[in-house]
Design a protein around this ligand. Structure first.
Ligand SMILES: C[S@@+](CC[C@H](N)C(=O)[O-])C[C@H]1O[C@@H](n2cnc3c(N)ncnc32)[C@H](O)[C@@H]1O
Length: 210
């Protein structure tokens, strides 16, 4: 009983410490951090649910922060060693190295992923992004999606969350399509997940978790 209470207390304390870390990062670099707190468990699980754990190949996470989505990926059954985490903040990178010692942590700019990720075109099983995309010009966002899809297995999704009503990158006819989930209202603020695939779709449709 005492052990369970201690575990709960430690988890609460870790979460609280992460929230303080995040808030500090947001105060120092609001546009880069993009949120005042880490994503909630429901949103993290939803993002992870779109990665096919049976599909081989590395999975790249862009902007993992304190690792809540990373943790959801691992809980989904994805071997930590398959994860490549690209994070701008050196402090978050140190934390990620401690929490996911078998993952590859790269401190750098996710928008340069084509140069940073040393994987063959078509080899990634998925890309999971929490980047605050709207802080960058549309051309930079489009290039990121194009570069990522080029590195990914055909049909694998580029998974992005946002708080906005409109897709962070509009689909481009004949190149890539976008679908969206319904709102995750338990997240603060409510968010939704956008899925980019090389397959062009006629229009954005509601999508449910796998
Ligand atoms: C909205 S937070 C999401 C963090 C975490 N994935 C979550 O859901 O709680 C965005 C993260 O992206 C990182 N980031 C922002 N721009 C970046 C860039 N150009 N390259 C790499 N990481 C970046 C920030 O440092 C921050 O950790």
């Amino acid at each position: 009983m005492l052990a369970i209470a201690r575990t709960h207390a430690r988890r609460f304390s870790d979460r609280f410490t992460d929230e303080v870390r995040f808030l500090r990062a947001w105060v120092e670099r609001p546009l880069t951090t993009g949120a005042v707190a880490p994503s909630g468990a429901a949103l993290s699980r939803l993002m992870a649910s779109f990665v096919d754990a049976d599909c081989s190949g590395p999975i790249v996470e862009l902007g993992p922060g304190t690792g809540v989505v990373t943790d959801a990926l691992v809980k989904r059954g994805i071997d930590e060693a398959r994860l490549v985490l690209i994070e701008y903040s050196p402090d978050f990178c140190t934390l990620l190295e401690e929490r996911f010692p078998r993952a590859t942590v790269i401190q750098g700019d996710a928008y340069a992923m084509a140069d940073v990720v040393e994987e063959a075109p078509g080899s990634l099983a998925g890309v999971v992004s929490s980047l605050p995309l709207f802080t960058r010009p549309l051309e930079a966002r489009q290039k990121l999606i194009e570069d990522a899809l080029e590195l990914m297995t055909p049909g694998a999704p580029f998974i992005q969350f946002s708080y906005a009503l409109v897709p962070p990158v509009p689909e481009v006819d004949g190149r890539y399509g976008v679908t969206r989930t319904s709102w995750v209202v338990r997240n603060v603020p409510p968010a939704r997940v956008w899925l980019y695939r090389r397959v062009v779709e006629d229009e954005a449709v509601e999508e449910t978790a796998a």
